[in-house]
Design a protein around this ligand. Sequence first.
Ligand SMILES: Nc1ncnc2c1ncn2[C@@H]1O[C@H](COP(=O)(O)OP(=O)(O)OP(=O)(O)O)[C@@H](O)[C@H]1O
Ligand code: SF4
Ligand SMILES: [Mg+2]
Length: 373
Amino acid sequence: MSDNLTLPAQQGPADVTPAEPLLEVQGLTMHFPIYGGFPIKRKVGAVQAVDGVDLTVGVGESVGLVGESGCGKSTTGRLITRLLEPSAGKITYAGRDITHASRREMAPVRSEIQMIFQDPYSSLNPRQTVGTIIKSPMEVNGIEPEGGREKRVRELLELVGLNPEHYNRFPHEFSGGQRQRIGVARALALNPKLIVADEPVSALDVSIQAQVVNLLKKVQEELGIAFLFIAHDLAVVRHFSQRVAVMYLGKVVEVGDRDAIYNRPRHPYTHALLSAVPEVEMDDDAEPRERIRLSGDVPSPIHPPSGCRFRTRCWKAQDKCATEEPPLLQISGNRAGHLTACHFPEEPTTEARDEDVILDPALQALEGSADQG
Ligand SMILES: Nc1ncnc2c1ncn2[C@@H]1O[C@H](COP(=O)(O)OP(=O)(O)OP(=O)(O)O)[C@@H](O)[C@H]1O
Ligand code: SF4
Ligand SMILES: [Mg+2]
């Protein structure tokens, strides 16, 4: 990504927990059942994709949700937008419990919560013109804006940096970045209050990513729309999010304001993710941090490790980590609103380490204690 996205590290107020929550998620859980057996199929297990996630997004606030592939980010987004029915937990939107709301009960809320998808190719119908694509949410919801739908679509095209004259063009006539702009215009058609953007730039060329992030930032700031911005890369959300939640294997392991996560992280996994952020993304005066190599795959969410789920890849793991799940708490030294789930947290610093931490030997050393779990 280009440097023009670089923002100064936030030295904001100690407690950035939003005063007025728009979305509140408590204990959100999604266990996808696995069926097996013959001739009678029965449930033989479950994919614990999301397992007790707590998250708040304030009115007009941008929150990043970050973690490696398979940790449950998209599932969380799909639960919040009610594309999936949660196994447990509670979703409150604007003070209203929408956890199990029916289609009819969701109707007034549905237009206020929109989603932007990762793939700007498959998420747009190739047989529909741009005008029809952006107009369709208005048609489905029976909304007739002042001046008509076409006028509104042209305004939206202009807002997202596209030529309003391209109303009758088809998606294949646009580049990847332009298609994602069309996706943004469609998400804005109903004047949403919350947008869940699921990896909205990861399918785009690096040179285009910054432009689309800047567009989303403009939308968030100028229209006051709250965002849950899902990414696997801490570099992308750094420029966008006031708060960041770090997810690992179905759980939030650390959450805090931008300064807490990028400058005072406590969870070893956050340290490891930050090490993966390329040096060019860092502030000019920051020390290089490429000292932790986060190797190996995330364990299967069908049989997650006992205790702390990160323990099979953690260089600080001890016996307690295999037997006791660390709660997500404000640990000693953290400011209000900065929560960490770790028994043996790292120092709140991002300074370069004396020695590399290499996770494969750590994994070998831990095999004994992992077997106990
Ligand atoms: N419909 C489903 N049925 C069964 N398992 C599923 C289903 N959807 C997702 N999963 C599993 O749930 C886990 C979390 O998936 P999810 O797509 O939420 O992860 P993610 O963090 O978005 O990953 P990525 O970065 O690859 O998009 C994965 O192990 C995935 O295989
Ligand atoms: S609880 Fe233990 S295994 Fe988990 S992150 Fe902290 S030190 Fe590592
Ligand atoms: Mg995903």
